[in-house]
Design a protein around this ligand. Structure first.
Ligand code: M6P
Ligand code: ZN
Length: 189
């Protein structure tokens, strides 16, 4: 790691655009098959809503560095009563956590440990969330504008999607009577 040069990377706090970026991807609703409880609503929003963009991730990784960071920009929206959210993952390296710092919008960070204990941290402008090692994490846009956050992580952390893709998370974030509610996921055993 000796010999790496200091670098400035700029980001736009309202769009999440990163410059320079070394990677980026977009997730549209059709890429999130199985993530939302209401499968009929999921198909309907894809067909009638033109397969909307749910989130975009941009990252900056310096070759040879132990750390990297990026932005995630989540669009507002719902599938049935459930808010747009990320897939959610554990880290492959179980001893590595992460930080999320919210730049714009509002949301919920839903966390779950290996024993199925569920916790949330509010995501709002000017707040950061610490994600402890071996806690699964999923971000949820509960607002009406894009939720933009920066994240900081070890390059060796890796993504383990299987447990959440298979079982989902214990809690769901839904809108009921115009309010954000966390309700138990009937499909989580
Ligand atoms: C955050 C980070 C990324 C992650 C992204 C989307 O920005 O944790 O590493 O890829 O969220 O989440 P997911 O990979 O679970 O879809
Ligand atoms: Zn992560």
């Amino acid at each position: 790691m000796i010999g790496l040069s200091p670098t400035e990377i700029s980001f736009d706090a309202t769009t999440g655009a990163l410059s320079p970026a070394t990677g980026r991807y977009r997730k549209h609703l059709s890429h999130l098959e199985g993530a939302f409880r209401d499968v009929d609503a999921w198909s309907r929003v894809i067909q009638e809503g033109g397969d909307p963009l749910v989130y975009e991730v941009m990252e900056y990784k310096k070759e040879g560095s132990d750390l990297f960071f990026g932005t995630t920009t989540m669009q507002p929206g719902k599938v049935g009563e459930e808010y747009f959210m990320t897939r959610g993952h554990f880290h492959l390296s179980r001893d590595m956590g992460e930080f999320y710092c919210t730049q714009h919008g509002k949301g919920l960070l839903l966390l779950q440990n290996r024993e199925g204990k569920s916790e949330t941290v509010e995501m709002r402008e000017g707040s950061c969330a610490f994600i402890p090692p071996d806690w699964a994490h999923r971000s949820i846009n509960t607002g009406s504008v894009p939720l933009v956050f920066t994240w900081f992580c070890n390059v060796l952390a890796g993504h383990d999607y299987d447990p959440i893709a298979t079982q989902g998370m214990r809690m769901l974030a839904v809108e009921r009577c115009g309010k954000v509610e966390l309700v138990p996921n009937p499909n989580f055993l």
